[in-house]
Design a protein around this ligand. Structure first.
Ligand code: BEZ
Length: 194
């Protein structure tokens, strides 16, 4: 898959004639949208699990020292909790550009705490994209995150903000919590390295 996914996402016209679209956020979108929205509600999706397996060469790292950010992996029986935003369709163009480093739009069923459901979109970076890094031991992922920094800031802030935002939502994510634990430990060993 090409490194810039903007054009592929523009050809995905599923919700173009809708007045508003639900967008599911599972990474930085949980604590920071960075766009205007009509409504924001905690939600979850079934059959997906969050992993720090996507490389970030443009936001939380650089081409020579990429960071790691979240993507979703298909996982039977899994539930991924996050934040849903109801947006107008014009928001998608700038988002496609912001998330062009491998993320493609996917249609999913969003489930809200009150039992409501809605069809919506989520951005997923699959293993065939050029920036994909894949699985690695938690300590190695944490070391990479602790060291990386890009135009959007330190990679560790992305992880620790996500960990705190999930805790505030009362969501337990063992993968995120384990990585955050390792990064905090690395910080305490070398506080000046931040
Ligand atoms: C998110 O924060 O959920 C997200 C948004 C766009 C691409 C990848 C993740």
């Amino acid at each position: 898959m090409a490194l810039d996914t903007t054009q592929q996402n523009r050809r995905m016209t599923h919700f173009n004639d809708h007045e508003s679209i639900w967008l599911f956020g599972y990474g930085s979108l949980i604590w920071k949208a960075g766009f205007d929205y009509l409504e924001r509600r905690p939600a979850h999706i079934r059959g997906w699990t969050r992993r720090f397996w996507q490389g970030s060469h443009d936001h939380r790292g650089t081409p020579t020292a990429p960071g790691r950010v979240a993507t979703l992996l298909p996982a039977s029986g899994a539930i991924c909790h996050g934040m849903a935003y109801r947006i107008t369709p014009d928001i998608l163009g700038p988002l496609d550009v912001r998330e062009k480093n491998g993320y493609l739009r996917e249609v999913v069923t969003l489930r809200f705490a009150d039992g409501d459901t809605a069809q919506g979109l989520v951005y997923i970076a699959t293993e065939d994209n050029a920036a994909y890094l894949g699985e690695a031991p938690a300590e190695a992922i944490a070391r990479q995150i602790a060291a990386a920094r890009g135009p959007s800031g330190p990679n560790r802030d992305y992880l620790l903000n996500l960990d705190e935002a999930l805790r505030a939502l009362d969501v337990k994510d063992a993968h995120v919590a384990e990585l955050a634990h390792h990064v905090r430990h690395l910080d305490s060993e070398a506080p000046d390295a931040r």
